[in-house]
Design a protein around this ligand. Structure first.
Ligand code: DGJ
Length: 747
């Protein structure tokens, strides 16, 4: 049994082969946190970790007691997990254990994305009921543990059992107290076109946090953080990951208190948030996913990768090879007609590309970004036969067809705005801020969601559409909804994202065969909440191969390659103006869900044959890339950042791909060794280099898996001035059945 309860010592132990998580009911009924870490045997007592007699904080000077779901006002001055204002205006809570139950399943969270099970006995859930009879509140804490995964999911449900309304001011999904502060904090930060750059800093006394108030999880910060020991590396040391399955305003925060312990919490951002809890009503927090690794950051990431891929992502595309797509955005922007699109699609088809995606500009009067968002009817002057004619012609070419939508937005110049100006988010007494010439639709209103479901269902039902890119190009300003009274405006941002989830839920259920890719001006909503509906996300609008090294490397801290849209685009790059070799653009984009963002009709014959070869290469290795085990080898965030390397290994360890990248060419340097990971030490691997015509040419060698992991792969010396900058190599490792080498023939 993965969850045990000892009535004698009053502790819960959630455990599997990988981790243990221990909780104790303290003498006064509060819930103490005992341990989260490496698995220990079932039946072990943790009693010595918590005070024997505990009656509250009174007279316990500066006691840094570890708690599971702390509240303020009775002596714990650290950041709380829950704050509720009661009818008398007070905010003190005193939650005490009442009961618990253990379920052989994993419940879902109403209205919110959450992890799930697929086979019986895969997970167990502990629900602990805490009550505060003065506040008339019941709080249910939910913990699920899965077989063979080093993680625990957590959420909370707060119920008003009184006769007066209460106001939830802060409701975290998880809070965890760690017994010392000798940790560093890793977060993923950036902005448009430089999303999820890795930042690692020492914990300092006081608060350190990342958060969003933008209405989206944001490109500035990601709803993820990790606590790591200063000595933790990819391969060794402790790491605790906290991730939130939520796409709106979040906060991830750590507080180091004066006695040197640390409290981490993750959940909905309390800033600007409040929720009126009427008598009898419940509030559900989003789900947090807590991973523990005692063996480095790499194992933490792999736990997230497989969990997000297998038990958060849903739908018919979850386990399927994702198609190689060509998106017309950077090829045409808004300037296209059916003939032009078919020319591009047909040229793409000749290269072996499988899916043609029609991006922005196919609807209303949209010839630039000033109009028509909200008017989801086909622009007949561009597409006289509608989407159906175009989609059928694309299908006749032997490709699938997909479209771009931006459901949550409305242009001032649109029929929808003329009919429903009040549906645009804004405060009646203030001007609305326009951004990218558009406003945000009030997704907190059910009638708006119903309307969008209706119009988008007719669009998606009107043609053979296999793929949808769901964009969201601006953040929310002037947050306010006309549908709620003044005292409930604090609910708006959360209700907005609940409306987005509702629409996603309805559309993905109504069109189960469609592959959804989420997007928010690139990767401003790359989070596990989105992955529950759209198993892949457009990683960044920045397709520059050099910039993508940092973006993709950082993204892999938490997210699998199967979730990361990665495309080859034209040079000079439209975002950075940089020139990079075509082979390097592909070598970077291979490590994601591969595609193109360019006009194949204007390429030279040589470039076209390179593209055809890239497509064939990706198809051959797609399974290993999208569903293999990913390892980071060299970080672009360390040292001078000039080199990056990563690899992915097939599940059976028969094949692996290694990507090595060097931003600036270094003249006249010798070979270097790159230690690989995750291979079968007993196997022999044939190692070849992509592209086959790489300069200088590299002979295929056969090397033992153990040798490749212990001594390393040799990255050949680069002595040719013609190589230039942005060099890349993809090494292909294929297991060979008979010994072709004793491992010594490579150097
Ligand atoms: C932003 C997206 O990230 C781009 O890929 C493209 O779809 C544009 N929006 C279209 O407006």
């Amino acid at each position: 049994m993965p969850i045990t309860w000892s009535a004698e010592s009053q502790d819960f132990h959630l455990h599997n082969e990988c981790i243990s998580y221990a909780i104790r009911v303290l003498d006064n009924g509060w819930l103490g946190h005992l341990y989260f870490g490496t698995a220990v045997r079932a039946g072990r007592s943790f009693a010595h970790l918590a005070p024997g007699e505990f009656a509250g904080f009174a007279n316990r000077v500066g006691d840094p007691l570890a708690l599971e779901f702390p509240t303020g006002g009775s002596g714990d001055y650290r950041i709380p997990a829950l704050a509720v204002e009661q009818a008398d205006g007070s905010g003190v809570l005193d939650l005490r254990y009442k009961s618990h139950r253990i379920m052989a399943s994993k419940p879902s969270i109403p209205g919110l994305p959450s992890a799930y099970t697929e086979v019986g006995g895969e997970a167990e859930t502990l629900e602990i009921l805490l009550v505060d009879p003065v506040a008339d509140l019941e709080v249910r804490l939910l913990y699920s543990i899965f077989r063979d995964r080093p993680l625990v999911t957590r959420s909370a449900r707060v119920t008003n059992v009184g006769k007066s309304a209460a106001i939830v001011r802060c409701a975290m999904s998880a809070s965890i107290d760690v017994p010392d502060s000798d940790w560093q904090l890793i977060t993923l930060n950036g902005d448009w076109a430089r999303e999820r750059h890795v930042d690692r800093r020492d914990l300092r006394p006081g608060h350190q946090s990342v958060s969003s108030l933008r209405g989206a999880s944001s490109s500035q910060h990601n709803p993820f953080m990790a606590l790591v020991r200063p000595s933790t590396t990819e391969e060794a040391g402790e790491a605790i990951g906290l991730s939130l399955a939520y796409s709106g305003n979040f906060a991830a925060e750590v507080e180091v208190e004066p006695f040197g312990t640390a409290r981490a919490r993750i959940g909905i951002n309390p800033d600007g948030f409040s929720w009126i809890l009427e008598p009898g009503a419940s509030f559900h927090t989003p789900e947090a996913i807590l991973v523990y690794s005692g063996t480095g950051l790499g194992d933490m990431s792999q736990a997230y990768h497989s969990f997000f891929r297998e038990r958060v992502a849903r739908g018919s595309w979850r386990d399927k090879p994702r198609p190689i797509l060509l998106n017309n955005w950077e090829a045409t922007y808004f300037d296209f007609d059916e003939a032009r699109l078919l020319e591009i699609a047909s040229s793409a088809r000749e290269l072996g590309i499988e899916l043609f995606v029609l991006d922005d500009g196919w609807f209303g009067q949209r010839d630039d970004d000033t109009t028509s968002l909200g008017d989801w009817t086909v622009n007949r002057s561009k597409l006289p036969g509608g989407l159906e004619s175009l989609a059928r012609k694309v299908e006749d070419l032997g490709m699938r067809f997909g479209i771009w939508i931006e459901p949550e937005m409305i242009s001032r110049a649109s029929a929808l705005f003329e009919a429903h100006a009040d549906w645009a988010v804004g405060i009646p007494a203030r001007p609305r801020t326009e951004h990218r010439n558009q406003y945000v639709l009030d997704m907190s209103r059910p009638e708006v969601v119903d309307h969008l479901f209706g119009v988008l269902s007719s669009v998606l039902g009107s043609a053979p559409i296999s793929y949808v890119k769901w964009d969201m190009n601006r953040n929310i300003t002037e947050p306010f909804t006309a549908s709620l009274p003044a005292w409930r405006q604090g609910e708006f941002m959360h209700r907005y994202i609940l409306g987005v989830y509702d629409l996603y839920d309805r559309l993905t259920k109504a069109f189960p065969g469609i592959l959804f890719e989420s997007c928010a001006g690139g990767g401003a909503r790359f989070d596990p909440g989105m992955l529950a509906y759209a198993p892949q996300t457009w990683t960044s609008d920045n397709t520059d191969a050099v910039d993508r090294l940092k973006i993709q490397y950082g993204t892999t801290l938490a997210y699998p390659l199967s979730s990361m849209g990665a495309h080859v685009s034209a040079v000079p790059n439209h975002q950075s103006g940089r020139m990079t070799p075509l082979s390097t653009r592909a070598a970077v984009a291979f490590f994601g869900v591969f595609g193109y963002e360019l006009d194949p009709t204007i390429l030279s014959e040589k470039e076209r044959s390179s593209l055809a070869e890239q497509v064939a290469f990706y198809k051959k290795w797609r399974q290993v890339i999208q569903y293999g085990r990913f390892h980071r080898l060299l970080s672009p965030f360390e040292g001078d950042g000039n080199e990056t390397a990563w690899m992915t290994v097939g599940d059976d360890r028969r094949t692996a791909l290694v990507g090595f990248y060097e931003v600036l060419n270094r003249v006249n340097i010798g070979p270097r060794r790159l230690r690989l990971r995750g291979l079968d030490p007993a196997a022999l691997y044939g190692v070849s280099v992509w592209p086959a015509d790489a300069e200088p040419s590299v002979p295929t060698v056969t090397v033992g898996g153990d040798v490749l992991m212990a001594a390393g792969l040799v990255i050949e010396a680069r002595r040719t001035s013609s190589l230039g900058d942005s060099l890349s190599r993809v090494y292909v490792l294929e297991r060979v059945e008979s010994a072709g080498s004793n491992g010594a023939d490579q150097a």
